[in-house]
Design a protein around this ligand. Structure first.
Ligand SMILES: Cc1cc2nc3c(=O)[nH]c(=O)nc-3n(C[C@H](O)[C@H](O)[C@H](O)COP(=O)(O)OP(=O)(O)OC[C@H]3O[C@@H](n4cnc5c(N)ncnc54)[C@H](O)[C@@H]3O)c2cc1C
Length: 303
């Protein structure tokens, strides 16, 4: 890849303040691990996202789209290529019972906007620390409801910069999965269709769910939430606990004693510590119960 030529073109698309080089990804992931990205850009306009991916494709530069980095581990060798962080595309607007949000808007802000407008349905999302783009990609959910239950449509673009408006069915949302993952799309915005509700009830549901979260989850340590997907017929956390792995650690990564479904960075973990611990947990749970746990978190970058 000819990085110099790409950087020359990139600086025509972006303000200097929106481009960083050799940016430590540990500053952008909730796990607080990850080596540097060669190029790190924060677009403020949708056209910049499209121009950048076209440029990267043309020059064969690998790129990775991220929201708030709350479901990823970047390996210690960093990302050879470009990381595009979408959190500055964060406009939210409300029309009647619908909320339109750009991909980088935080779910917590979308939920607050719903509350302000007495719209119910987004309460489950108020404590999920990701963005709209990450949540659509992952079909994020909590305490029953998931994105699939509230989304009406989303604007996506493919890696050639073609735009599509997909309705809910076309998004192929299923447990922690969507067409965004399998079809290599980028989420640009989403429309959520909610129902009129009572703001006091909406607020108290949010507070109740966030209390439950704080009671059960190790929120005072860096993590990426639940490490593994829920295997059919089981709960990952219960299997890990029953395998005697609560508190098990490798380097600075540990299976949380508060919630075995979470691996936490409890003491300056490296990505390597986390990934080795994931493998160890998979191995032991598989040995004891014959269940192969599949990571929910996405692992990227070089060792
Ligand atoms: C403390 C904690 C609690 C959590 N609780 C929950 C929970 O209750 N329920 C739940 O479902 N998740 C939970 N998570 C995980 C995480 O917050 C969600 O998966 C969230 O939706 C990820 O959003 P993000 O913006 O951080 O995505 P990122 O971590 O930045 O990215 C995740 C994936 O989505 C892709 N992606 C992100 N944005 C886009 C885009 N615009 N277009 C295309 N691809 C994109 C990335 O390439 C990556 O593959 C939790 C995480 C933490 C740290």
């Amino acid at each position: 890849m000819d990085l110099d030529a790409v950087i020359y073109e990139l600086e025509k698309i972006f303000d200097k303040k929106n481009i960083n080089y050799n940016e430590p990804m540990k500053n952008h992931t909730s796990f607080r691990v990850g080596g540097p990205a060669d190029i790190f850009i924060i677009p403020e306009k949708t056209w910049q996202v499209i121009s950048a991916i076209k440029l990267f494709k043309e020059h064969n530069i690998p790129f990775f789209i991220m929201g708030n980095g709350t479901n990823i581990v970047v390996r210690d060798g960093g990302f050879k290529g470009a990381v595009i962080k979408l959190t500055s595309l964060n406009n939210i607007s409300v029309e009647g019972n619908k909320i339109k949000a750009q991909s980088g808007a935080f779910l917590s802000n979308v939920s607050m906007e719903a509350l302000k407008n007495s719209l119910k349905g987004m309460e489950f999302a108020s404590g999920i620390p990701g963005t709209v783009g990450g949540a659509v990609t992952m079909n994020a959910g909590a305490y029953g409801p998931e994105i699939k239950d509230v989304i009406e449509s989303a604007v996506l673009c493919d890696y050639d910069g073609n735009l599509f408006c997909f309705n809910r069915d076309e998004l192929e949302l299923s447990y922690r999965h969507s067409i965004v993952q399998s079809g290599n799309y980028i989420v640009l915005e989403a429309v959520f269709a909610l129902e009129k509700g009572d703001s006091t009830a909406i607020r108290s549901r949010m507070e109740e769910l966030n209390r439950r979260r704080a009671d059960k989850q190790p929120l005072n340590y860096p993590s990426a939430g639940s490490t593994f997907k829920r295997p059919e017929g089981y709960f990952a956390g219960k299997l890990i606990e029953d395998a005697g792995l609560k508190g098990y650690s490798i380097g600075g990564a540990k299976v949380s004693e508060k919630h075995a479904g979470f691996i936490i960075n409890y003491n300056n973990a490296t990505a390597k510590d986390i990934i080795e611990l994931i493998k160890k947990v998979q191995e032991i749970v598989n040995e004891k119960f014959g269940v192969l746990l599949e990571p929910e978190i996405k692992i990227i970058g070089e060792e």
